[in-house]
Design a binder for this molecule. Sequence first.
Ligand SMILES: [Zn+2]
Length: 347
Amino acid sequence: MDYTQPKVIEVRTLLLKPERLRQLADKSDVSKARELRELYQHIGTLPENQRAAFGREVNQLRDELVEKVNSALDADQALTPVDLSAPFDINLPLDQQPKLLSADRGSIHPLMSELSIILDIFYRMGFTAVESRQIDDDYHMFGSLNFPTGHPARDDYDTFITKEGFIAPAHTSTMQNRVLKQYQPGLEAGSPIAVVIPGRVFRNEDLDARHEHTFYQLEGVYVDRSVHAGNLLATLKTFFQEYYAKDLDIKIQPFYFPFTEPSFELVMSCPFCVKKGCPVCSQSGWIEMLGCGMIHPNVLSAAGIDPAKYSGFAWGGGIDRLVMMKYNIEDIRHFESGKLEFLRQFP
Ligand SMILES: [Zn+2]
């Protein structure tokens, strides 16, 4: 948006709204208008010799009221128009307005430029991408992912919910059921399901340098005949080595997710110190990168895929974290801050 040419919303047009007229009437004591009409009707009931004088007084009262209404309207029409969408008071003199970059001098947000690099790696491995939703429902957040109602694992996904029951998704796994259903016919025809799902996710977090209420995740789903955990680990190791342009080691440790069985936490050798220990890996030489596992048979069944015939793997990890490590960014909150001194460091 070019803020040098603000689109001014004409407030004056709002004055014609009945609500506004009613407010004006109250302000000018014109609420007695109904009584005025009654006064006019009253003229006819008076003896003939009193009608003329009474009529004159009523007319005078009407003229006073009309004048009051008109002057109130004029006063309101003299208000300065306001651009309700402007990020500052557009009536400020030019030298007091904030110095904003015009759109053609802007740059792509680092998370988005890194996301295109990440997606490119997966495209080259044969994956396709589907964007996740920013508002979803209980079935896709939990039910379709093998979280029974009231299951304590739901507590690990503390997010925001609307009064109507819609959910701001706490993970991109909300898309698994949709993607599996969408590509199920292709699977039956012999094409594996290979989809990555980038998206914005939300958590009700206490904010600090490593926790933000809004961040990005990348989900991956792969289903075919005879898929095993070795395929999962090879896929993720290839991705990390491409993204950090280094030879890396990975290892897994057991974990629990309702929607994968078995579930793992994937740990990667630190690309910055090669297992020697540095501040990025807290001197351990290893970094926990993401959660992953073999897709639970119930999740496949919920999408109409026969778990006796097909198997698959899935993973989900934070994009912000990948980018923070790559560029040594110390605080996740920079990404959503809109600070130009941060954004200008990225071409
Ligand atoms: Zn390290």
